[in-house]
Ligand binder design. Structure first.
Ligand code: PMP
Length: 367
């Protein structure tokens, strides 16, 4: 068996080994069908069971009530950046939506929404995303159809530590990069979307959870595969769903349950993130954290080495040496630079502590 590396990728990301082992065991012959899941009809009894079990496990993990519908769609988070305004812009006649922009991904979502209605920017505009601006600066539109935000900004490492209050306006959230890493109350939301390829599976499937009363406002120009009401009516089977990705997601959901559910994921994420942030904060500026303390992500930690702007030779050396030690995908996003450590559900505490130990030694040698 080839040795596995320690994968700190921002996504697609590490999967639990148990999941990969089970998938490999079932690759040629799933549950005595004589077929791989990849080769099955999406309307077969076997696949229907895979899909309904995945939905039941998700409902169980999040306590999703019956008036919320669950979809497994294609098109990724980016597809949903369009699907959200196409389905919800029309909730009110003014066709305007509130967007809270805290990083690259909410910014992209707002740009896409501008094609289908007016976008009101709730937060003051900035090029540097390092936190969540304080309440006194917020500017909500009185006629907004919905309020949109990104719970965890994967590129900038900005994560909400609270659910935004909207005074009854439907709240729409992109949880692509922290979905199922902590419990949350779905009843506070109108819509939650999440691509699978970070915390809950491989690329290809996007989870959409939507409150029933928000269905039926879809703009006529909405592609039918993105029409939430059509897809709810057909159990996500209007077209061929990403069958294998749904199967892998099902295995991960089962793994999360076996590991102790969302409370366990949350606790583990705090231990991992604290180990890294504590080192950054005690490094006397050798490691420079980019995000304000109350908005620091548990999932993605961008940092610079050698000072606030980073020292390129040191950061290059860091990447090279971590790679030699079997730790990969630590390079920061090209728009931010430096280093980014991603600590999704499948990354273990041991793996994280291994990196922290490396970082301590690197600091001792290079400061
Ligand atoms: N939202 C967030 C928070 C993301 O991190 C990403 C992907 N990195 C996306 C949306 C876009 O997802 P996709 O690539 O599946 O379109």
């Amino acid at each position: 068996v080839p040795r596995r590396v320690i994968n700190f990728s921002p996504g697609p990301a590490k999967l639990p080994e148990k999941v990969l082992q089970q998938a490999s065991k079932e690759m040629l012959n799933y549950d005595n069908t004589g077929l791989s899941v990849m080769e099955m009809s999406h309307r077969s009894a076997e696949f229907s069971k895979i899909m309904s079990t995945a939905e039941a496990d998700l409902r169980d993990l999040l306590n999703i009530p019956d008036n919320y519908k669950v979809l497994f769609l294609q098109g990724g988070g980016s597809g949903q950046f369009a699907a959200i305004p196409l389905n919800l812009m029309n909730l009110k006649p003014a066709r305007v939506a509130d967007y809270k922009i805290t990083g690259a991904w909410s910014s992209k979502a707002a740009k896409e929404a501008e094609k289908y209605g007016k976008v009101n920017l709730v937060l003051p505009e900035t090029k540097k995303y390092t936190g969540i601006p304080c309440k006194s600066t917020w500017n909500f539109h009185p006629e907004a159809s919905y309020v949109y935000y990104c719970d965890n900004e994967t590129v900038h490492g900005v994560e909400y530590d609270h659910v935004p209050e909207t005074n009854g306006v439907p709240l729409v959230c992109d949880m692509s990069s922290n979905f199922l890493s902590r419990p949350f109350d779905i009843k506070k939301y109108g819509v939650v979307i999440a691509g699978a390829q970070k915390n809950i599976g491989c690329a290809g499937v996007t989870v959409v959870i939507i409150r029933e009363d928000l269905l039926g406002y879809t703009l006529p120009e909405c592609p039918i595969i993105f029409d939430y009401k059509v897809q709810v009516g057909m159990n996500s089977l209007y077209n061929t769903p990403p069958t294998y990705s749904i199967y892998i997601m099902g295995l991960v959901l089962n793994w999360i349950k076996e590991e102790g559910g969302l409370e366990a994921m949350y606790e583990r994420s705090l231990i991992k993130a604290r180990a890294v942030y504590d080192l950054l904060d005690s490094s006397d500026g050798f490691y420079h954290c980019l995000v304000a303390p109350n908005a620091r992500s548990r999932m993605n930690i961008p940092l610079r080495i050698g000072g606030p702007e980073g020292v390129p030779e040191l950061e290059k050396k860091f990447i090279e040496e971590t790679q030699k030690c079997g730790m990969i995908s630590l390079k920061g996003h090209r728009s931010v630079g430096g280093i980014r450590i991603s600590l999704y559900n499948a990354v273990t505490v041991e793996e994280t502590l291994h990196l922290v130990e490396f970082m301590k030694e690197f600091m001792a040698v290079n400061r």
